[in-house]
Design a protein around this ligand. Structure first.
Ligand code: KG4
Ligand code: ZN
Length: 379
């Protein structure tokens, strides 16, 4: 069994984990920064980076102690190398480089999104490629076809806000505070989802992309009108998000089953002297997968913690004769176990990275994906 040290620092969670290639979580330590960012109603990059500097090394030490291991017992060191808030990413990546150099261990630069995308396989050994993944977090809202490690086809993305961002903004409008998702969900439980008419942006459109900016503006107008109870706005908002996610996924499913695989073949980059770090696997090896309809619907990312969304996705999967996998909540939100696991999957394939690899604020999982029409500046 290989043992991987995983390090995460791309947003407002500092975390370290020790993961066995047999899926054992030997240790996981996490330190959130909620209190530090609370006064600002959102994550402040500079504050986040400084906090990572303070807590990351002690977290790694504690994780090793929890597992009863020394750095020498570890086979490789995996850290998030992007995408994310660049100051924090650099703290985690440089820490990993220093440990790798000092202990003479290989470094694995993990794409944070790949961490989310592969995390369901840590929790569920029976989950096989290909699967359809809804990745819904504060920074991302994407539908991906996962054909293998390093093999991702992005079917949809958001043209403006991410779903979690919409939850956070709705919470702010309703005066619920930060982080918003769980608070909106709690308030929505006592509201009537039909009481406030709210839009479902892009519902029924041909491409399965998402848009939440218009919904957020409608929430703001409804709140400012003074004509509605906050719980009804919360319930109406959550229902609108559920309806959009379900409709867009149905569309993506139709698309992923019918359309031929894209002609683009990512380059095989095994030249470890290349600082690009995109060690894409040879697509040809798993070409058969591209013609197979995904048998499982998987949800990952912080918004997957939402009970109403989980229930709707489970029903959608059943309607489409698909399995449904939602990792446990602690694995859905940012954590280091998913980074360690992505590292373990890469390590098993011989994919390690050079010590001069760069941290990347942007790093799409599917470099061939075209920009969504109407998309703003966000990746
Ligand atoms: O994956 P994550 O921990 O961090 C990244 O954005 O990468 O996701 C955090 C997001 C936040 O926007 C938060 O409001 C949302 O997930 N979230 C929820 C719930 N719990 C967390 N959204 C809706 N309902 C929830 N129960
Ligand atoms: Zn995340």
């Amino acid at each position: 069994m290989a043992i991987i040290l995983g390090i995460e620092s791309s947003c407002d969670e500092s975390a370290a984990a020790l993961i066995g290639s047999d899926r054992t979580v030997l240790a996981h330590r996490l330190a959130g920064q909620e209190e530090a960012h609370k006064p600002y109603g959102g994550v402040v990059p500079e504050i986040a980076a400084r906090a990572h500097v303070q807590v990351l090394t002690p977290l790694i030490e504690a994780a090793l102690k929890d597992a009863g291991l020394a750095l020498d017992d570890v086979d490789a060191i995996a850290a998030t190398a992007g995408p994310g808030l660049i100051g924090g990413v650099m703290v985690g990546l440089v820490t990993a480089k220093a440990l790798a150099m000092a202990a003479g261990k290989p470094l694995i630069a993990v794409n944070h999104l790949e961490g989310h995308a592969l995390s369901p396989r840590l929790a569920d050994a029976s989950l096989e490629f290909p699967y359809l993944l809804l990745l819904v977090s504060g920074g991302h809202c994407q539908i991906l076809r996962v054909d293998g490690v390093g093999q991702y086809r992005r079917l949809a993305t958001t043209i403006d806000d991410a779903a979690g961002e919409a939850f956070d903004k709705t919470a702010k409008i309703l005066g619920l505070g930060y982080p918003g998702g769980p608070r909106v969900e709690a308030l929505a439980r006592t509201g009537d989802p039909k009481a406030v008419p709210l839009p479902r942006p892009l519902l029924g459109s041909a491409e399965p992309h998402f848009s939440f900016a218009g919904l957020k503006s409608a929430v703001l107008r409804a709140a400012q009108s003074g004509a509605h109870r906050p719980e009804d706005i919360a319930a109406g908002f959550q229902q609108a998000v559920v309806d959009c996610l379900v409709d867009r996924l149905e569309r993506a499913l139709a698309k992923s089953s019918s359309s031929p695989p894209p002609p683009f073949v990512p380059s095989v980059s095994r030249d470890l002297s290349q600082p690009s770090g995109i060690t894409s696997l040879d697509f040809a090896r798993d070409k058969r997968n591209l013609e197979t309809r995904p048998k499982t619907l998987v949800v990952a990312g912080g918004v997957a913690a939402n009970g109403a969304i989980r229930a709707a996705l489970e029903a959608l999967a059943a309607r489409n004769d698909m399995g449904f996998v939602a990792p446990p909540l602690w694995l859905c939100t940012d954590n280091a176990a998913m980074i360690g696991w992505a590292g373990a999957e890469r390590f098993a394939l011989g994919l390690t990275d050079p010590l001069d690899i760069a941290a990347r604020p942007r790093w799409p999982l599917d470099p061939a994906a075209e920009a969504a029409r109407g998309a703003g500046v966000k990746a």
